[in-house]
Design a protein. Sequence first.
Length: 304
Amino acid sequence: HLARKFFYLWVKMTFGQVLPSKARCFYDQKILQQTFGQWKEWWAVCRERKHSLRAESHYRHFLCSLVFRAWRAYVCQQQGKRSKHCVAESHAKKQKLLRTWQCWLVYVDVQRTKHGMQSVALAFRESSCLRVSWAVWRRQHYQKHAGHKMNILALQHWAQSLQFRAWLQWRELYFYSQNEKQKETRAVTHHRHRELRRCLAAWLGYLNLHRVQKHQNELAQELHQSQVLRRCFSNWRLFLECRRRIHAHQKDLEKQAALWAVFAHWKHYVLCVEESQQCELAEEHYRLHLLVLQKFWNRWKSCL
């Protein structure tokens, strides 16, 4: 119980308030925080890649839809042109036939009286009317075709300008999000470096404190060993003085009388027995003390 008590006191004085288990737990937490930060960065990169792929697919789909709408409008326009051209040709044929029939009736009525002049006048009139009407129809047809082309080009230009504006807005938002993410990553790295510097300063302070405590422990151990040696030497010197006094007293007793020989012999025997017992007890105590010191010394070296 005393050995455990002194061992706990020694651990507290050696390592201070921060135990190795707490330091190991703090190291594991820092490793987990770094791993989580790296995983978070990887997840953000994957998410940005997914958004860019979605934007590209949406842009391609939008271009395909625009091309399909333009092609369908062009096909409808061609079909309308063909139908209008057929109607115009049929109307021109009908008008031509009607005018020819009217001219033929007039020509039949005045054939007998004005055959020569009537034929020339009718031919000139027919040719002039057809040329004027055909020129007017062609002019109107070309004007309509040019106006339709201009409307299609204006619609295409308007759609392209809207698409370009949307692309510029998306690009600005994307650059803004990239800048914000870079700022966040810089702030996280700055905070991480600051925490690491603080931990390093605390660890250096702990090392200096540990060195001072180690030096103090070495000085205390040397002082304790010197005190033990002094005690042993003083005990041995006292014991030697006692033995010298006993030998001198025995010599004096031997010189006094023969009657005290038996008593002196018995007394010497008793003293020798007690002396041997004391020596054995002292050696046993010293051996146990050395064993305890060696045990604590080995344990301290293993802990260190």
